[in-house]
Design a protein around this ligand. Structure first.
Ligand SMILES: Nc1ncnc2c1ncn2[C@@H]1O[C@H](COP(=O)(O)OP(=O)(O)OP(=O)(O)O)[C@@H](O)[C@H]1O
Ligand SMILES: [Mg+2]
Length: 362
């Protein structure tokens, strides 16, 4: 056994649990890739470490809006602890055999292939069940016993009994808490069975605080200007406030949440330094998915936070991507006409997936 000192591992004296004892890991390929730029929020980190170190015959259910970092925080903690992970994203088509395993033909022989739940139980891994609220409660009930630390009986493999490894943990993530979607954003979320939910402890995540998101962007894209980063996070939080107000008064004002995922996408494109306005980047990464009225509202907010687009455009020439596409289209049409009308030059116009290639021959 290896004793991992959590305070020094996470470089923070306020970590609640001092140390955790873990078996040295040999399943290297199941250890998630480390993201050195990941920024931890102390409260969330403490709750997850408490669960990992001291499960009480229970599992962890992390709920929160899309793209707030539920899956990633589990992967980043596991990566630092060298704790192997089995991860599966569930859907309304997922069945219990997807978790437990199934018989399959290999070299003419019928063999039983273990699923992620069984492997996690055997090898002491963290099983991450993403989007658990999309799977049918009937199929999920097969987990009821193992969630409490009991063995798994695999009827399809001659009643094989799998005893849980002491390091086996289950973490579920979802956008709802299992009583349906109250926001209208998460189509397909189901009502989960309360007996199933009773086997979990709960952690509710929301979008990270402004200072955490600023740090996150700065770590990932150090070339971005500090003022731009703080404006971007201010912009994100204004939109989130509009979403929350809509949810509180029951009148939806924005049809999509503004996630940390979107925020990082915007920052990533801005960091490419292509002289695109923030309006253009926000429009292609977020605003264009909204109905027209909401799109216009988001663009007005862009003007307020990042300056009026026309003024910003005056300082740069690379913003109107539509224009450059038009130029290519025009060339394409013109060359076609030339070939038929004048017939003097043979012009071959070749359309490829990536771009338009025009070949000229005299
Ligand atoms: N604290 C953080 N530090 C760095 N990056 C983060 C952090 N939190 C989230 N991210 C990034 O935000 C993105 C979204 O995170 P993630 O996929 O974990 O969200 P989620 O809550 O699981 O979303 P969904 O509900 O859609 O599954 C990822 O690209 C992740 O790397
Ligand atoms: Mg997720």
């Amino acid at each position: 056994m290896v004793t991992v000192n959590l305070k020094s591992l996470f470089n923070n004296e306020k970590i609640l649990i001092d140390a955790i004892e873990l078996e040295p890991c040999s399943l290297y390929e199941h250890i998630p890739v480390l993201n050195k730029n990941y920024v931890f929020e102390l409260n969330v980190l403490n709750e997850i470490l408490l669960f990992l170190a001291h499960p009480q015959h229970d599992c962890l259910y992390i709920s929160g809006p899309s793209g707030c970092g539920k899956t990633t925080i589990m992967l980043q903690i596991a990566s630092r602890l060298n704790w192997p992970v089995e991860q599966i994203t569930l859907s309304n088509k997922s069945e219990s055999i997807d978790l437990i395993g199934h018989a399959t033909l290999r070299k003419g022989e019928l063999v039983f292939e273990y699923g992620p739940l069984t492997r996690a139980m055997m090898y002491g891994e963290i099983l991450i069940l993403n989007e658990i609220d999309l799977m049918s409660p009937g199929d999920l009930s097969v987990l009821n016993d193992v969630l409490e630390g009991k063995p798994l009986t695999i009827l399809a493999n001659n009643g094989e009994i799998i005893h849980p490894h002491p390091q086996f943990r289950v973490v579920a993530t979802a956008n709802t808490k299992g009583f349906g979607d109250m926001t209208g954003f998460y189509n397909g979320a189901r009502l989960l069975n309360q007996a199933f939910l009773d086997r979990f402890r709960y952690l509710e995540m929301s979008y990270p605080k402004a200072n955490v998101e600023c740090l996150m962007i700065k770590q990932a894209y150090p070339n971005l200007d500090d003022a731009l980063i703080s404006n971007l996070v201010r912009f994100a939080n204004e939109l989130r406030q509009v979403v929350n107000m809509g949810l509180e008064n029951g009148v939806r004002q924005l049809s999509a949440p503004f996630s940390t995922r979107t925020l990082l996408k915007i920052a990533g494109i801005a960091a490419l330094d292509l002289n695109l306005t923030m309006h253009k980047i926000i429009s292609m990464t977020f605003a264009l998915r909204l109905p027209k009225v909401e799109f216009e509202y988001v663009m007005r907010l862009c003007n307020d936070v990042f300056g009026h687009e026309k003024e910003v455009l005056a300082n740069t020439s690379k913003n109107n991507l539509n224009d450059s596409i038009k130029v290519q289209d025009e060339m394409y049409v013109k060359d076609d006409k030339d070939t038929t009308a004048k017939g003097k030059k043979t012009r071959k116009v070749k359309k490829t997936n990536e771009n338009l290639e025009i070949e000229l021959s005299a």
